[in-house]
Design a binder for this molecule. Structure first.
Ligand code: MV4
Length: 499
């Protein structure tokens, strides 16, 4: 096993990776930018290397500086986290060329799966069901028109180099196809440096169900079941859970087998995710492979009892998977809520700033993976994720109740967060029914705004206690109490602080 690794990332995921390294007796090297000198990940590591200016190109996206930092500190391997360089095949190759280990799949596998038409061809050849459509890109409008006609409208124009919802266009009639294809191609060229596009049949209201896979260097491939990720807005996931309310044991087995076949077909190594769309009739289709540890990996950890970062490190060190598919048995239900610095009143725009006070939810079945502390600054230069609240319980209703309790216990003052929105979703009949799909938020919560009369989240009592001691009516038990109650918001003006 490695004795020292570098974590080429920041925030909650860098902290998450370092925690497992520490448990395994592996020393950690953090990297940080100017804006992150006092960030939690930089303070958590055994050593921290300063990369440079705050802009990503000078810091977390700078391959030369990161490899240099690993070599100088004597780290033997690099964990890329998610985002930044995590799915960059050039980075994976450069790490290996420098004599280091990349904790993730080989660069050539990443490159193949990153090209959506190549990935579709690989899956189709291995009998993994793909969404009806093309397996090669095409620029000729006449050819596209004839393919679309045969497929039937609506069709979706997708960028071959896209993914995660970037560079897609729905086309519902032949009149708008040529223009949509041209626009999509131009956008893809400027966003990815590759303007190739192709067509797929457009599926209405699908579910997004993904499977966690693990593959070692000895040819063992297993899946660790699914995550339901349909609750999203503008391709940003909000709530993830496992198991998916949409799967029965037969469908789960069939999709799991397809996920393992997909990983084998691609020659996959390390942890990855095979994404599927599931239609209302129970048919599932390969969407893409995410060649990284995902934001939502903790729900899988809680139901399988497995540390996925530990598995990644073992695989990268050449060790075999320590369990078989049959030995992997999920238990109970896990839900994750993402907590960003974002303003629900400004259409969930990023709202970075200084965190004045933070208090994590605790208690049975609760986990908070985060990269913050009271007094830290959330920089404007990066994704404003603060952390993820994850709960485990025996079944879905108990997990929902536990998540609501944990959200109410969570206190983050100084930046706006979507906690109230998350509570409203979790409380809704629609979410509780389990009938969730990719249009859930648009359908059930269009234009959601915080309730202006809601001045007192119960959790604020904690802040009140921390700052000024026990509530007055407890001190004055049996005596006079404030007739207006004891809203901590009113007492402390915390609502104004939060704005
Ligand atoms: C689709 C689709 C419907 N039909 N492809 C969005 C993310 C990207 N990975 C692929 N996405 C979609 N592809 C076909 N042929 C609908 C989506 C989609 C979606 C997928 C997953 C999660 C949320 C989504 C929200 C809107 C659309």
């Amino acid at each position: 096993m490695f004795s020292k690794i570098l974590v080429a990332n920041r925030g909650e995921i860098a902290v998450r990776v370092m925690r497992t390294a520490r448990e395994m007796g592996i020393a950690t090297v953090a990297v940080c930018s100017d804006a992150d000198r006092d960030a939690l990940h930089a303070l958590t590591a055994d050593e921290t290397v300063f990369l440079g200016d705050s802009d990503p190109a000078s810091s977390y996206l700078n391959i030369d500086k990161i490899i240099d930092a690993a070599l100088k500190t004597g780290a033997q391997a690099i964990h890329p986290g998610y985002g930044f360089l995590a799915e960059n095949p050039t980075f994976a190759d450069r790490v290996v060329d420098a004599g280091l280990v990349f904790i993730g799949p080989p660069g050539d596998v990443m490159a193949k799966l990153g090209d959506k038409t190549t990935a579709r061809t690989i899956m189709s050849d291995s009998h993994v069901p793909i969404i009806p459509g093309m397996t090669a890109s095409e620029a000729d409008p006449a050819k596209l028109a004839s393919i679309a006609k045969e497929m039937g409208y609506p069709v979706l124009v997708k960028a071959a180099a896209g993914g995660g919802g970037k560079g897609m266009r729905i086309v519902s009639s032949p009149d708008s196809l040529a223009e949509a294809a041209a626009t999509c191609g131009r956008e893809a060229l400027s966003a990815f440096g590759d303007g190739s596009i192709y067509l797929e049949k457009y599926l209405e209201r699908p579910r997004h169900v993904e499977f966690q896979i693990l593959a070692d260097t000895r040819g063992n491939v297993v899946h660790l079941f699914e995550r339901e990720c349909s609750i999203q807005r503008r391709h940003q996931k909000i709530i993830e859970e496992t198991p998916s309310p949409a799967l029965n044991p037969e469908l789960r087995a069939a999709m799991g087998e397809a996920a393992v076949a997909a990983a084998r077909a691609a020659g996959y190594v390390n942890a990855g995710t095979v994404e599927f769309l599931l239609d209302q009739t129970g048919r599932f289709y390969f969407l893409e492979v995410n060649t990284r540890l995902q934001v939502e990996h903790p729900v899988t950890e809680l139901t399988t009892g497995m540390d996925l970062v530990r598995r990644q490190l073992e695989i990268a060190a050449g060790l075999p998977l320590p369990f078989t598919q049959e030995q992997a048995q999920p238990r109970g239900h896990a839900i994750e809520c993402r907590i960003y610095a974002e303003d629900p009143e400004l259409d969930f725009m990023p709202a970075p700033g200084r965190i004045l006070f933070a208090r994590a939810a605790e208690g049975p079945g609760v986990r908070f993976d985060h990269g913050i502390y009271s007094g830290c600054t959330v920089p404007m230069h990066y994704d404003p994720i603060l952390g993820k609240l994850i709960v485990w319980a025996e079944d879905r209703p108990s997990a929902c109740a536990r998540m609501m309790r944990a959200l109410k216990e969570s206190v983050i003052l100084g930046v706006r967060t979507p906690i109230e929105f998350l509570l409203d979703i979790l409380e809704s009949k629609a979410f509780r029914s389990g009938d969730i799909h990719t249009w859930f938020i648009d359908e059930h919560f269009p234009g959601w705004k915080p309730d202006p009369s809601d001045d007192g989240i119960a959790s604020l009592g904690y802040v009140f206690y921390d700052m000024v001691g026990p509530r007055p009516e407890l001190v004055a038990a049996g005596g006079e109490t404030d007739p207006e109650g004891s809203s901590p918001w009113r007492t402390l003006g915390a609502w104004d602080l939060a704005r």
